[in-house]
Design a protein. Structure first.
Length: 237
């Protein structure tokens, strides 16, 4: 963890700092979040920490645990599956609209976003990779001309960041393949190929969802098996 220098918008800064720790796996599921300790680490008072934790709880990233206070929430596989079903439709729509009315901006501005994404992969930083991914998709929402797409997806990006972090940390090949798919999507947008890019975008999200859900189910099954094994050992003693 890193100390934060006193600045404005402290609540937002603390929120982002805690979310980054969760995304990078430094605060795994069921980790306790103690206000005094976080305030000391980030070099702020308890108030912005308290407010940031309330926001994280409202967003489903932390939860109340009996006799433990607040802890990092385990990921909900069913929620993720449902979320990606909706996202698949919206990403297809945004790319279709981008190809129809935003191809010129895509040609001028898009390659820089692809380069930034590949650079983020090269650094190995999960936080940078997720930020670059968000920037690419939000750019497509913007040039689609339909502001409702970005407004609809915005409330869920914090949770999507958490999901992406869980998988990107443990898969060496996936980060590069994501940006290969992004590059293909951008190419189709620039070419104005509305039908093709909608298919590419929907397949991109569908493939990601299958990988995420499969990995998370495996993680959870392993965790349950470990817990059962520990319980049996205690009983036998």
């Amino acid at each position: 963890m890193r100390a934060l220098t006193p600045q404005s918008r402290l609540v937002e800064q603390v929120y982002e700092a805690i979310l980054s720790e969760i995304t990078e796996g430094k605060l795994p599921p069921n980790s306790r979040l103690i206000q005094d300790e976080l305030a000391e680490v980030y070099g702020v008072s308890r108030q912005p920490v308290q407010q940031a934790l309330l926001l994280l709880r409202n967003h489903g990233l932390v939860r109340d645990a009996p006799r433990r206070g607040l802890v990092v929430s385990p990921l909900d596989v069913d929620f993720i599956r449902n979320l990606y079903e909706i996202r698949e439709v919206l990403e297809g729509l945004s790319c279709r609209k981008a190809a129809e009315c935003g191809s010129e901006r895509a040609r001028v501005e898009g390659p820089t976003l692809i380069a930034a994404g590949r650079e983020a992969v090269a650094t190995g930083s999960v936080t940078k990779q997720i930020a670059a991914d968000m920037a690419f998709h939000c750019f497509l929402y913007e040039i689609s001309g339909n502001l409702m797409i970005g407004e609809t997806t915005a409330p869920y990006w914090h949770y999507l960041r958490r999901v992406m972090g869980e998988v990107l940390r443990d898969d060496e090949k996936m980060p590069g393949s994501i940006w290969d798919e992004h590059a293909a999507i951008l190419e189709a947008v620039i070419a104005g190929e509305a039908d093709r890019v909608e298919t590419l975008a929907r397949n991109h999200i569908s493939r990601a969802a299958k990988i995420f859900v499969t990995r998370l189910q495996a993680f959870q099954e392993t965790a349950i098996a470990d817990q059962q094994s520990r319980s049996l050992r205690r009983i036998r003693r």
